[in-house]
Design a protein around this ligand. Structure first.
Ligand code: ZN
Length: 322
């Protein structure tokens, strides 16, 4: 049997490095490896990790590589310009180094944009011309597709919706300012909200799950699904904060669909009625609340998208040369 054509997707995260072989035909992950990112080893350490994983996963059908990174890069040269979670990468020629090692083409993509591409081509947003992918985890990032075009902006910087200011005062954001949407609606905000609720209702199930350890979305989900009223009110409060940003996204991009990824999306079915109510209540006349779907790929959306970027590039080269 012939080896099915495939591309290798790489997802460089601040915590995990993931590499997968993805089939060209169905966009299916055939095989995947994961390792803790060698943050201390810097670009050379991580490059060695990537090369080892790629060498094990690639086969005779591999057409190219796609790498998604949590930051910015030069599109033509594949040089990293800056990664928020990983120090020491500015100026590193990642695409060229991987290409030299593997003798395959290598394209870079930003992680939120790669995830949107993954959802668009093979996941929750297939067939949509107007949607926004939002990832809600430690921070909030987004990528909008408007009239069938993925919006990049100068330097590929479009989509930093997490740092739009929605209130005047709050805890300080990672960016140094106050009042950013992500301070109110990302994963750490959910944890803070849960801890405050558990402190004021010490007999709640939520509090019993979290008295010994810090609370996170995992405990909130467990208690909420068990019907704990305190956890359900945390979910409702969090949904209203998330909804503020969704209203902004709808007013700016007018999507028909919002795809939600990141850890907080595990609570999406519980939050959806509240999110829907916020949209219904706050959207301008003429706007219809967007459908809200969870990411089809969860935390591997970026990986699948990176493989799709590699496939699209390999196809475009094949079209030019044939
Ligand atoms: Zn900020």
């Amino acid at each position: 049997m012939p080896i099915p054509p495939n591309t290798i997707g790489v997802d460089l995260g601040g915590t995990w490095l993931r590499v997968a072989r993805v089939t060209v035909e169905q966009g299916r992950v055939a095989e995947m490896e994961r390792a803790a990112t060698d943050v201390v080893g810097g670009p050379e350490g991580v490059l060695a990790q990537m090369q080892g994983m790629i060498d094990r996963l690639r086969d005779g059908g591999t057409l190219g590589l796609g790498v998604c990174i949590p930051g910015t890069f030069d599109v033509e040269s594949g040089v990293v310009l800056g990664l928020a979670a990983l120090p020491g990468w500015t100026g590193f020629p990642l695409a060229a180094r991987l290409s030299d090692h593997t003798m395959l083409s290598c394209r870079l993509e930003n992680d939120a944009k790669a995830a949107a591409i993954g959802e668009w081509e093979a996941g929750a947003a297939i067939g949509f011309q107007n949607f926004v992918y939002v990832t809600v985890s430690t921070g909030i990032g987004a990528c909008a597709v408007v009239d069938g075009r993925l919006l990049r902006g100068v330097g590929g910087l479009a989509g930093e919706i997490g740092h739009t200011q929605v209130v005047e005062t709050s805890e300080r954001c990672a960016c140094g300012r106050h009042g950013c949407w992500q301070v109110l609606a990302a994963g750490p905000a959910l944890a803070r909200r849960a801890e405050a609720a558990a402190r004021s209702s010490p007999s709640s199930l939520l509090a019993t799950l979290g008295l010994a350890a810090r609370l996170s979305g995992v405990e909130v989900e467990r208690a909420a699904r068990a019907g704990d009223a305190v956890a359900l009110s945390v979910v409702r409060e969090h949904a209203s904060m998330l909804g503020i940003g969704f209203v902004n996204l709808q007013h700016v991009y007018a999507p028909e669909l919002i795809v939600v990824g990141g850890g907080v999306s595990n609570l999406l079915d519980l939050m959806r009625p509240h999110l829907g109510a916020v949209l219904q209540d706050q959207l301008l006349p003429g706007f219809k609340p967007a459908e809200i779907r969870a990411s089809a790929f969860g935390d591997i959306a970026g990986l699948v998208g990176a493989a799709a970027v590699a496939r699209n590039f390999a196809m475009s080269v094949a079209r030019v040369t044939h």
